[in-house]
Design a protein around this ligand. Structure first.
Ligand code: C2E
Ligand code: CA
Ligand code: CA
Ligand code: CA
Length: 279
């Protein structure tokens, strides 16, 4: 029994060791990734369901890690949050996104919005509005072309502070989207006070339509809620035509998802933006 116990312990500690060293090596990698220029952005179009027009794009970060290849954000954003590295990384995302949006404008593509995901720590960091003001000035992008995506759960951490921050950002002319809407338990009275422009319906609900009755009800309810409150609606994670039909029938104006396009590098997206419309 003693032998067994030791083995179990050894196995456990080896696993822990490898997890700890994995984390450490990722943290070291993350610390150097900015300076080594290993981050890149992919952009996913947002499409108007009635006109087929591309009305905007969402910027999504990736990490081209020399040994491991392309790493998706869910695998490193949480660690970036914990270590505070999200602050410089988030600033890099904002600066690059605004520069890209400005370049697309100058190339004569239709006036479209560019959306950037803002993490929890970035949102609560003391000078987000100043940082953004500086980046807009530097890149020459009009604030009306920039949209920030903040998750419902981040807002719920400190609703009063969130409301005042969002008001400040809105006064600058920036749009606000509530990301992953439906997953964060915000109350209707809070929603009424949120200076938001758009609700993004979480893809976990969109994946069940049509067919899953509770997802159908939830999605329809969020759409009605948005309409009644004068907010725009975007459904994320639309992969199939039946999903698109369900959303169109209920007047969800905008969608994003693999059905139209995966997130793509700027150069690959360019011809699509030039064309501007899906058939
Ligand atoms: P999110 O903001 O909810 O972004 C939507 C995610 O769904 C993206 O994953 C996107 O690639 C994926 N997606 C889009 N269409 C479809 C579809 O039709 N089907 C399915 N199954 N998935 C679809 P991605 O790029 O891996 O990003 C994951 C999350 O990482 C994002 O979730 C966002 O929370 C975070 N993230 C991405 N970029 C940034 C960033 O620059 N800064 C911060 N703070 N977070 C970011
Ligand atoms: Ca998002
Ligand atoms: Ca989302
Ligand atoms: Ca999400």
């Amino acid at each position: 029994a003693k032998e067994e116990g030791r083995n179990t312990y050894q196995f456990f500690s080896e696993e822990m060791n490898s997890r700890v060293s994995e984390r450490l090596s990722m943290e070291t990698g993350l610390r150097h990734a900015l300076a080594r220029n290993e981050f890149l952005l992919h952009y996913q179009p947002r499409v108007n369901t009635t006109t087929g027009r591309i009305v905007g794009v969402e910027a999504l970060i990736r990490w081209q890690q020399p040994q491991k290849g392309l790493i998706l954000p869910d695998a490193f954003i949480p660690l970036a949050e914990e270590t505070g590295l999200i602050i410089p990384i988030g600033e890099w995302v904002l600066r690059n996104t605004c520069t890209q949006a400005r370049a697309w404008q100058e190339a004569g593509f239709a006036q479209m919005r560019i959306s950037v995901n803002i993490s929890c720590r970035q949102f609560t960091h003391d000078n987000l509005p100043d940082t953004i003001r500086g980046i807009l000035r530097e890149t020459g992008l009009q604030p009306s072309c920039l949209e920030l995506e903040i998750t419902e759960s981040v807002i719920m951490l400190n609703p009063e502070r969130a409301i005042s921050l969002l008001n400040e950002l809105k006064e600058m002319g920036i749009s606000i989207a509530i990301d992953d809407f439906g997953t964060g338990y915000s109350s209707l009275s809070l929603l009424k006070r949120l200076p938001a422009d758009i609700l993004k319906i979480d893809k976990s609900f969109v994946s069940g339509i049509p067919g899953n009755k509770s997802d159908e009800t939830l999605v329809a309810t969020i759409i009605n809620l948005g309409h009644n409150m004068g907010l725009g609606l975007v459904a994320e994670g639309v992969e199939r035509q039946e999903q698109l039909h369900f959303l169109e029938e209920r007047n969800c104006q905008e969608v994003q998802g693999y059905y139209f396009s995966k997130p793509l590098p700027a150069e690959t997206l360019q011809p699509l933006l030039k064309n501007g419309t899906y058939p």
